[in-house]
Design a binder for this molecule. Structure first.
Ligand code: PLP
Ligand code: COI
Length: 342
């Protein structure tokens, strides 16, 4: 039975209730069984460490209904590995890769009727999260943790589709600290970015492009997404320690090489914007979100890329190639997708 009230083609990147979520608790030194719940709520102690001291990490990945009707999950082992790094980064118990993958498979299968049909451009977003649940008043790591995985069908992240957005830069805002938590996916990073995001939106920008937090010289990342540029048939992305290693970016680098481009992961400054032919943000939610204009709010400089209102050709080619693999339209030569037996 498909959900009767869902307009697949017009889904946005927002929460829709599905049938089940899955949970797993770490207690007395071991992970328990995977539990299935139909409740959207969790019982939490009022002194739980996630509430007071921010012990929370999360992931984001997608399942796709392919051209052949099969369901594909994109690179979930990479999310599992990053989930471990995030847990370790804030002294939480890391979940083994195989248990993570088992939970993902289970939550997708349980909610199969919410996987959008092929051709709608939509997908099933999977959101794993881990929280410390031990009641604590002193600042120390919890001893009990819960991993929850919920799913929700989503459309494209950006309301206006695959069209260039305008972003801004400002040295007045940092997303993370130089030796801080930028390279892991914890809730605190997102809380710390909200003011910058609100400021950017209030001025009509799609997002904030951050400088590196140490020297305020190099380009870091773009809101909750990585950044890449194209110049002379070369894919250039910041080689910075303070950005989240994006699985989409990692995949696009491989596809860029497949398309005969050179790939450079290195630091670069605003000065290079004048040479860039194309710029884009990238991440699970949008794959690529082309950037047509970057305004430096501190200097008043404005940088423009490509034809007004159009995504550049290389960004478009990379976007199409990755989507084709995810929807089973093109052979998955890198073995990035797990096909589910449903
Ligand atoms: N950077 C940040 C801060 C993010 O939140 C995300 C989203 O997950 C990304 C980059 C893109 O990473 P991925 O491609 O793994 O989704
Ligand atoms: C992404 O998946 O690309 C994101 O930006 C994740 C965000 C919704 C937290």
């Amino acid at each position: 039975m498909t959900p009767a009230n869902l307009d697949w083609a017009n889904l946005t990147f927002s929460y829709t209730k599905t049938d089940y979520n899955v949970r797993c608790t770490y207690k007395n030194g071991e992970w328990g069984p995977i539990e299935v719940s139909d409740s959207e709520y969790i019982p939490l102690h009022i002194a739980a460490s996630c509430l007071h001291y921010g012990q929370e990490s999360f992931e984001g990945l997608k399942a796709f209904r392919g051209k052949d009707g099969k369901v594909r999950i994109f690179r979930m082992e990479e999310n599992a590995k990053r989930f471990i790094r995030s847990a370790e980064g804030i002294s939480m118990q890391p979940m083994p890769v195989e248990l993570f993958c088992e939970m993902v498979r289970k939550v997708v299968k349980l909610n199969e009727r919410f996987i959008p049909p092929y051709g709608t451009g939509a997908s099933l977003y999977i959101r794993p999260l881990e929280i410390g649940v031990t009641p604590l008043v002193g600042v120390s790591p919890a001893t009990e943790y819960i991993v929850i995985m919920l799913v929700t069908p989503v459309g494209p992240y950006f309301k206006n589709g695959f069209k260039p957005i305008k972003v801004c830069m400002s040295r007045e805002y940092d997303r993370v600290a130089p030796k801080g938590t930028g390279s892991i996916k914890i809730g605190g990073n997102y809380a710390a970015s909200l003011n910058a995001g609100q400021m950017a939106h209030s001025k009509g920008y799609g997002n904030m492009l951050y400088f590196d937090p140490k020297d305020k010289t190099y380009i870091d990342e773009c809101g909750a997404a990585n950044f890449f540029a194209i110049k002379d048939n070369t894919y250039i992305t910041p080689g910075s320690e303070t950005v989240l290693p994006s699985i989409t970016n990692m995949s696009l680098e491989v596809l860029a090489e497949d398309l005969g481009m050179k790939v450079e992961r290195r630091l670069f400054k605003v000065d290079e914007f004048n040479d860039f032919e194309e710029c884009s943000a990238c991440g699970t939610a949008a794959v690529c979100s082309p950037i047509g204009q970057i305004d430096d709010l501190d200097t008043g400089e404005s940088y423009k890329f490509g034809k007004e209102g159009e995504a550049g050709p290389m960004t478009t080619a990379l976007y199409n190639k990755l989507r084709a693999i995810q929807y089973g339209e093109e052979e998955d030569i890198h073995n990035w997708c797990e096909v589910l037996d449903i």
